[in-house]
Every structure is written in structure tokens, then in C-alpha cells.
Design a protein around this ligand. Structure first.
Ligand code: KG4
Length: 347
């Protein structure tokens, strides 16, 4: 392979517009992320507003990613883009841009599955960074984000099986909804995380799901949180204000407990000690601590992503594209975006 490989990654599946450049060796040269504050007022992502913001952001974000990488667009080897799953309108902006850009430059396009990209974020190497240990195959990855909660059996860069997943809401979705119920801001994850550090995780108990095998469920927890709060507010109208930190800590502890119970079960079932976490919720302090405690207790070799690679970013898309580029795994111009993922991690 020639030493001048440069892969541009583009991510636009939800409410972050991002572009990144990875060079030979999987080394990240730039990773630009433009968030969208417009959704804060609504307590959640408004799909139409997200698409419009992506349209405004995509050109300057790509321009900046190339500039920071110190390369010209003509030097790119391929354009990798998130094809799905995600919000259709948002995806279309990134997909259409990638198609136009690749055609204009006459270079191949590489479609990337957003969930696989979250997992492969563990293989990003930053320029100047000392070589660090990366997960070796096979390993189990707990992927927890705003849209997904899955346990993935990772056999290779492009060989992954979903062995457990939520049957309803994702963990991040539950945290965001409970944060909204409490009248806190959006996204709720970082707010709950901050508050939880000052609260008692055993102050309140919420119902835990009874789901078979390695699957998850978080919709019951949301309802339990809402109904419990309603009852407590009847007694004390300022209940939330008086118990904010304890509520956050108890909610976080419940979610972490649910996530770790199934991950522990999966590790046992697959007889594996190589484990990773990924996705936006993997930024959570309580989850990171619980993961480290499990590692100590069970002798797991664990991998926790850098904060900037937990939430949506194009670096993970570019690295996935880089691995596919080595196999000349390109896609056609006709390939459409897809919004939902089924049981498998499709590519
Ligand atoms: O991976 P991501 O950026 O988007 C999806 O692909 O869904 O994940 C976003 C989710 C949101 O639900 C957000 O509240 C949650 O990740 N999140 C956190 C934290 N930071 C982000 N949840 C808990 N603790 C955090 N520190």
C-alpha cells in the first residue's frame, strides 16, 4: 500500500456534523466536530433542524478537517461516510456530500456502519501518540449510545455479531428522558453524570427489567422513574430540587447495574476477558468506574475510549474507512442511506 493514503471520514447521523482525516497506519490527523445547540431549547433532537444545521456545517467542517490535516482535497484516497443507522434527513446530508465530493475528485467511496465505527474507535491512533495497546480479536464490546445499547462480539475489523441489544429504548435515551422529566437540560447524560458525583446512589431504587438472555430494556425504568417522582412530588412539590443529586446518582447506578450485569453474563458465556466499552454513554463516570472494578475483580483486560471518541465523531468513521480501504471494500454511488439497523450490524 502506498504511504500516501489519506481517508476523509464524514459523520452526520444525528446532531453532530463531523469530518476527520486518517492517514496510513490508521493515524488520525484531524477530527472536527460541530455540535448543534439549536436542539437544547426542545429537550431533544429535532430531525428537521438537525438536517438544516448539517447542511450549513458540512462544507466548513470538511474544509477545516483538511486544513488541520495539512492536506489538499486532491490528495485524498477515498471518502468514508456514515451510511446508517441514524436520522434519515441527517444521514442524507453526509451521504450526498460524500457522493458529490468523491465523484468530483474521482476517488472511491466507502460506506460505514455507525455502530461498527463506534467499536473501531478503539483503533484510532493520534499523531505523535505513543503506541498504545489496542483490543485483540475476539473481544466483547458494550456499545451504549443515545440510539443503541448492544453487546457486540467483535471477531475482526469487519466481522461483528450483535449478541444482545435493547428490545426498546437505549440507555442514553433513558438518561436523556429522565433528565428531561427532572427539568434538566439536553443532552441529559453529562448533566446526570455531574450531579451523580455529589449524590447517594443508594438513595432511591427503581424497577429493573427482567429480560432474557443478553438483551436489555430501558423503557420500564423510564416509567418507574416518572411514576416514582410523581408520587414523591405529591408529598413535596420541591422534591426534585431537594433530591436532585441523589436522584441522578440512583438513576445512574441503576442503569450501570443493568448494563454491567448483562456484560458480565456475556463475558462468562463467551469465556472472554478482553472487553471494551464504546458510544456516548461510555463517557459516563459511573460506568467507567464499574467497568474498571469488574476488570480488577474478574481479571478483564479492558479498553475505555478517549472522551472525544465516545460521542459521535468522524475519526471513528475515517478509521473504519481506512480498514475497508485496505480491502478495497468500496461502495457504489447508488447506495442509499438507511435509518434503522436490524439484529445484525450491517455494513
Ligand atoms: O454516541 P452518541 O453521541 O450518539 C448516538 O450515536 O446515539 O451518544 C449520545 C448519548 C446521549 O444520550 C447522551 O446523553 C449520552 O450519550 N452521554 C452520556 C454522557 N455523555 C454523553 N451519558 C451518560 N454520561 C455521560 N457522561
Amino acid at each position: 500500500m502506498n504511504t500516501n493514503t489519506f481517508i476523509l471520514g464524514i459523520e452526520s447521523s444525528c446532531d453532530d456534523t463531523s469530518a476527520a482525516v486518517v492517514k496510513e497506519g490508521g493515524i488520525l490527523l484531524s477530527n472536527i466536530v460541530a455540535g448543534q445547540a439549536v436542539h437544547e431549547a426542545y429537550g431533544g433532537v429535532v430531525p428537521e433542524l438537525a438536517s438544516r444545521a448539517h447542511q450549513q456545517n458540512i462544507v466548513p467542517v470538511v474544509h477545516e478537517a483538511l486544513k488541520r490535516a495539512g492536506i489538499k482535497k486532491e490528495e485524498l484516497s477515498a471518502v468514508a461516510f456514515t451510511r446508517g443507522p441514524g436520522l434519515m434527513g441527517s444521514l442524507l446530508v453526509g451521504v450526498s456530500f460524500a457522493k458529490g465530493f468523491a465523484r468530483a475528485l474521482n476517488i472511491p467511496m466507502i460506506d460505514v456502519n455507525h455502530l461498527k465505527a463506534h467499536v473501531l474507535a478503539h483503533f484510532i491512533r493520534e499523531e505523535g501518540e505513543a503506541a498504545k495497546e489496542q483490543p485483540s480479536f475476539p473481544f466483547l464490546c458494550l456499545l451504549v449510545s443515545g440510539g443503541n445499547s448492544q453487546i457486540i462480539w467483535v471477531k475482526g475489523y469487519d466481522d461483528m455479531d450483535v449478541v444482545g441489544q435493547t428490545i426498546d429504548d437505549a440507555a442514553g435515551e433513558a438518561i436523556d428522558k429522565c433528565s428531561k422529566i427532572m427539568g434538566l437540560g439536553y443532552p441529559g447524560g453529562p448533566i446526570i453524570d455531574r450531579l451523580a458525583r455529589q449524590g447517594n446512589p443508594e438513595a432511591f431504587t427503581f424497577s429493573k427489567p427482567q429480560v432474557p438472555e443478553l438483551d436489555y430494556s430501558f423503557s420500564g425504568l423510564k416509567t418507574s422513574f416518572l411514576y416514582s417522582l410523581r408520587n414523591w412530588i405529591k408529598e413535596d412539590p420541591d422534591f426534585i430540587e431537594h433530591h436532585k443529586a441523589d436522584l441522578a446518582a440512583s438513576l445512574e447506578a441503576t442503569i450501570v447495574n443493568i448494563l454491567m450485569n448483562k456484560l458480565r453474563k456475556a463475558a462468562k458465556q463467551y469465556n472472554i476477558q478482553e472487553l471494551a466499552i464504546a458510544g456516548g454513554v461510555s463517557a459516563n463516570t459511573g460506568l467507567r468506574n464499574a467497568f474498571r472494578e469488574h476488570a480488577n475483580k474478574y481479571g478483564w483486560n479492558i479498553f475505555i475510549p478517549k472522551f472525544s471518541f465516545t460521542t459521535d465523531n468522524a475519526a471513528m468513521v475515517a478509521i473504519t474507512g481506512y480498514f475497508k480501504y485496505q480491502n478495497k471494500d468500496f461502495c457504489s454511488m447508488e447506495l442509499p442511506a438507511y435509518s434503522r439497523v436490524g439484529l445484525r450490524v450491517e455494513s
